[in-house]
Design a protein around this ligand. Sequence first.
Ligand SMILES: [Zn+2]
Length: 158
Amino acid sequence: MHIEIDGWKVGIRFSASHFIPGHHKCARLHGHDYGVRVRIYGETKDCMLYDFVELKKIVRKIADEIDHHVMIPRSQEFIKHHINGNEVSIEFDGKRYTFPAKDVVFLDLKLTTAEELARYFAKKVLQAISFPANVKGFEICVDEGPGQGACHYEEVSA
Ligand SMILES: [Zn+2]
């Protein structure tokens, strides 16, 4: 059995901008309206699998931290960044952008693709929730607009 929340319908979405180095179109700074969907798999205990309220609260907090920011990977593998006081400069593909530090959010990933963002959300959920033994795993999908997204499945060991 699984339970699910659809961020498009329950208001777990965020707007943010990013760039994907080397991509013919996405290497230019642009933004998306992202929606987050979650499924939790397992068996029911006392007729419930997991508390919707708790799940929404945790996933919404992760989304809110990113909302209305420029997303920058913390890894320097593909995008180099330098912090100079109140400014963050980034370089890739022979280009350089400078942003006010308060407009930027650093994320622990290599690139801000939907795939990496789904992995990021899964990691944050794992840090925030000690799942009960009846939960076997969960899937998080990050959509770049409705109908296009990446899903990451994480097994939960009791
Ligand atoms: Zn994009």
